[in-house]
Ligand binder design. Structure first.
Ligand SMILES: Oc1ccccc1-c1ccno1
Length: 238
């Protein structure tokens, strides 16, 4: 899978992708990330990317020309790609959308705006407008990294332990269970006995109960389409 990122701060993207799961996936050749500086697609000596808003108002607006020039440059190879604009006004990014992007797109262009927004006419050249949540960021770069990270984790072979991709919360429709590792007793805070029992059936049931308990407490909105067994466990918790 290939990601092409349009930004005025390439270093934000380049620094993050060297580490962790993304770094391993890049080294394995499972994913490719190319970052383009929008300033390289300007036509003035000052590499200007923003201007004052028509109609007045505070702040600056990013101009359409650098985005248009960059998008036309990418499209010159005539290869299919999904163009995604990161924006607070976009549709909400979820694990399901990450799965859809991974399954449907061989290449994605992630378009990062900054300042008070970008010229509305840029949207005529994109396929989707996506938000990672109900808050305002300084720019789209963090949102682009969230999308890259969550999509890459779903690519078969990207992770060392395939199971952790499947078990990641939200894929099953509820939050994750608690995790513990050594030491067994930290200042009197002990690991739950069941996890030391070696009884895998009991451990699986304990983890399911804990996951449902966490979900009921923090994200009851996720508790839809439960299996009859999960519903039975949930009813015991209520
Ligand atoms: O707040 C933003 C500013 C620029 C580009 C994207 C965002 C955003 C906020 C939430 N998801 O994306």
């Amino acid at each position: 899978m290939k990601f092409e990122v349009l930004t005025i701060f390439p270093e934000i993207i380049e620094c993050y992708i060297k580490h962790g799961v993304l770094g391993k996936a890049l080294n394995k050749g499972i994913v490719e990330v190319k970052v383009y500086n929008l300033r390289d697609f300007t036509s003035d000596k000052h590499k200007k990317v923003d201007d004052y808003p028509y109609g007045g108002g505070a702040g600056m607006v990013m101009q359409i020309e650098p985005f248009y020039n960059a998008i036309m440059h990418l499209k010159a190879d005539e290869k299919p790609r999904k163009l995604v604009l990161l924006s607070p006004q976009g549709r909400k990014f979820t694990q399901k959308l990450a799965q859809k992007f991974m399954e449907e797109s061989k290449a994605m262009v992630l378009i990062c705006g900054r300042y008070e927004g970008i010229d509305e006419r840029v949207k005529a050249f994109v396929d989707e407008e996506v938000s990672i949540g109900d808050y305002v960021l300084s720019g789209g770069e963090l949102a682009a990294l969230v999308i890259i990270d969550s999509v890459v984790r779903l690519i078969p072979g990207a992770l060392g332990d395939e199971l952790s991709a499947v078990e990641d919360s939200f894929m099953k429709g509820f939050l994750d269970y608690p995790h513990y590792t050594r030491p067994e007793d930290f200042k009197g805070m002990k690991v739950p006995e069941v996890l030391l029992s070696g009884d895998h059936k009991k451990i699986a049931l304990w983890r399911k109960r804990q996951a449902l308990k966490n979900t009921l407490k923090n994200r009851p909105d996720l508790l839809k389409n439960l299996s009859p067994e999960d519903m039975r466990i949930l009813k015991e918790l209520c």
